[in-house]
Design a protein around this ligand. Structure first.
Ligand code: 5GP
Ligand code: ZN
Length: 139
């Protein structure tokens, strides 16, 4: 069983900020800023796209309700909100979670900071990439 499932069951401690039937939000143990919250579904699933619809909706409904209070609590007009969806994307805990990180000040960085970005590409490149995605969506 994963560590977040242990937290859901109360077998591992956490500092909870919100709990309802399907979701739980608690403080990240290694915060990158004050108020760094992890929002999870109580049900274990590694990938966001595999969540049953009801739980997916519950997760994002809870997100909507948490963003403002978390920002206001830290006098933050902004927040980073993101999901590391799988190990290649930096997911360490294989249980869907949304990071919510209030940003009281301009950080001068975002989740792309430090990432090597492709240099300018031509129209053909973008058309080919978009086509690849559209084909899979239609499949
Ligand atoms: P990931 O890289 O999987 O998106 O992020 C996992 C997050 O979970 C990290 O930010 C890490 O600090 C946090 N984390 C890992 N183990 C625990 C834990 O036992 N308790 C809490 N509250 N957070 C944890
Ligand atoms: Zn789990």
């Amino acid at each position: 069983m994963c560590i977040f499932c242990h937290i859901v069951e109360g077998a591992a401690p956490s500092h909870k900020v919100h709990e309802d039937e399907h979701t739980l939000a608690f403080l990240d143990i290694n915060p990158v800023a004050d108020g760094h919250v992890l929002l999870i579904t109580k049900h274990h699933q590694q990938f966001v796209e595999d969540l049953p619809e009801e739980l997916y909706n519950a997760l994002f409904d809870t997100l909507k309700g948490l963003v403002k209070p978390i920002q206001v609590a830290f006098d933050a007009p902004a927040s980073n909100i993101f999901i590391n969806n799988g190990p290649n994307a930096g997911q360490l805990i294989p249980h869907v979670h949304i990071h919510i990180i209030p940003r009281p000040k301009k950080t001068g960085m975002n989740i792309f900071s430090g990432a090597a970005r492709f240099r300018p590409r031509n129209r053909e490149y973008f058309e080919e990439i978009a086509q690849k995605i559209r084909e899979e969506i239609r499949r």
